[in-house]
Write a protein of this length. Structure first.
Length: 82
C-alpha cells in the first residue's frame, strides 16, 4: 500500500498535492509570488500570486492564517450572511 503524500492543501472540496520536501515547497511558493508580481509579462500573471500564497500556507503560519480568513470570508459570502 502506497503512503499518501502528507504535503497537500485542502481548499474547499479540492485536494492539491505538493512536493514532499519543505524547502522545495517554500521555493515554489516564493517563485509563484515573484511571477505574480511580473503580471505584465506574457504567461506570467496575477493568477500566480494567490497560488503562491496557497503553496506557502502549507509551511508558513502567516500565510496559513490569511488562507483561513479567506476561506471563512468566502464561506460567509456564499451563505449570504455574516
Amino acid at each position: 500500500m502506497k503512503a499518501e503524500n502528507p504535503a497537500a492543501i485542502k481548499f474547499g472540496s479540492r485536494r492539491i498535492p505538493l512536493p514532499s520536501s519543505r524547502p522545495v515547497r517554500i521555493a515554489l511558493g516564493i517563485g509563484l509570488l515573484a511571477g505574480g508580481c511580473m503580471f505584465f509579462l506574457p504567461i506570467l500573471g496575477l493568477w500566480m500570486f494567490p497560488l503562491g500564497l496557497l503553496v506557502l500556507s502549507a509551511d508558513l503560519p502567516l500565510a496559513r492564517r490569511l488562507r483561513r480568513r479567506l476561506e471563512v470570508w468566502w464561506g460567509r459570502r456564499k451563505a449570504g450572511g455574516k
